[in-house]
Design a binder for this molecule. Structure first.
Ligand SMILES: Nc1ncnc2c1ncn2[C@@H]1O[C@H](COP(=O)(O)OP(=O)(O)OP(=O)(O)O)[C@@H](O)[C@H]1O
Ligand SMILES: [Mg+2]
Length: 330
């Protein structure tokens, strides 16, 4: 079966100029990432701040253009389809419903926006927007209201209604509950789960919060400094993380607490992915089990037990690793 989302050797670097005539500095944000997601799955993407999660999401949403590599959704290369078809392939749900909704537009226009891009007639746009308002659990009386008349949770429901109105196959959710109160977070996660079932959707789900990812994801990809360093089924990942970086992430959140963010191994170095890429493994300076080989060559992705791990030591039994494993629930 063709995967619903295929990301193939994708790379993208930002170009930053310090002056008008200066040569741009390259900031690699996504480096040779490959991942595929089957229909109906939820791929959770985790990793510390600056690891490239949102950049990957923006590449899938065509808000950024890759330098190399390809993205296919439902078999279509996204750089070959027109705006209407693209709106029917993928839609976003972003973190902050305050800034992602135009305050000057009523909900009727906000929700119908992806249909306007696709050239759908006004009467049909309104009918479909009304239907979506109902599907996300908002009362019909809010149809002509403005975002500032709503609570944070209601605004995120509007963002979800807008994402659904063009009947996309894939939703890209970038920290969809991070700006919300814990009780509202749970309601929005429930709504996302419900609409996934009823609309037959597939999700790319980015979150700082590993407890949320454990709850929603069927597969997990871990990003570290622009690269995917581990990916595979969620259950296997959370019970037995293979990469030393994944182990550090999971050890640091025991017991899982909703709302606790991921630790940052290098919080002051958010934009320095390139600096220590060097010849070896990019994680070696933080890795408790790094050895000579990790200084010399970058690890290739190894596959086993359904997991893919970019680590020279990944073939060793987990108990031989330098750090004691203490996975969630273990
Ligand atoms: N517009 C931009 N211009 C230059 N560099 C950028 C830009 N946006 C992101 N970056 C850099 O690209 C890298 C990846 O950033 P990205 O926002 O994708 O990380 P993230 O994993 O989503 O982080 P967070 O968890 O904080 O949201 C970082 O080094 C960041 O500083
Ligand atoms: Mg981000």
């Amino acid at each position: 079966m063709t995967p619903l989302l295929e990301i193939d050797h994708l790379s993208m670097a930002f170009r930053q100029r310090s002056g008008f005539l200066s040569k741009p500095r390259l900031i690699p944000a996504v480096i040779d990432c490959s991942v595929s997601v089957s229909k109906g799955e939820v791929l959770g993407i985790v990793g510390e701040s600056g690891s490239g999660k949102s950049t990957l999401a923006k590449l899938v949403l065509r808000l950024l253009t890759p330098d190399t590599g390809q993205i296919r959704i439902d078999g279509s290369a996204i750089d070959t389809v027109g705006p209407r078809e693209f709106a029917e392939l993928v839609q976003p749900v972003f973190q902050d419903p305050y800034s992602s909704l135009n305050p000057k537009q009523p909900l009727s226009s906000i929700i119908a926006m992806p249909l306007a891009v696709g050239g759908v007639r006004r009467a049909e746009r309104e009918a479909r927007a009304r239907d979506m308002l109902d599907r996300v659990g908002l009362p019909a009386r809010l149809f002509r209201s403005y975002p500032n008349q709503l609570s944070g949770g209601q605004r995120q429901r509007v963002a979800i209604a807008r994402a659904l109105v063009s009947s996309p196959r894939l939703l890209v959710c970038d920290e969809p509950t991070s700006a919300l109160d814990v009780s509202v977070q749970a309601q929005i996660l429930e709504l996302l789960d419900e609409i996934k079932q009823s609309f037959g959707l597939t999700y790319l789900f980015i979150s700082h919060n590993l407890a949320v990812v454990e709850r929603v994801a069927t597969r997990v990809a871990v990003m570290y400094r622009g690269r995917i360093v581990e990916q595979g089924p969620s259950g296997s990942f959370f019970s037995t993380p293979r990469h030393p970086y994944s182990q550090m992430l999971l050890n640091s959140i025991l017991p899982p607490v909703v709302g606790r963010p991921l630790p940052n191994l290098a919080p002051t170095r958010r934009s320095t992915i390139a600096e220590d890429a060097g010849a070896g493994c990019p994680f070696r300076v933080h890795c408790p089990i790094a050895s000579e080989i990790c200084e010399q060559a970058p690890p290739v992705m190894k596959t086993g037990d359904g997991m893919q791990v970019a680590c020279h030591k990944a073939a060793q039994p987990l108990t031989e690793r330098g750090q004691a494993l203490n996975p969630i629930g273990g």
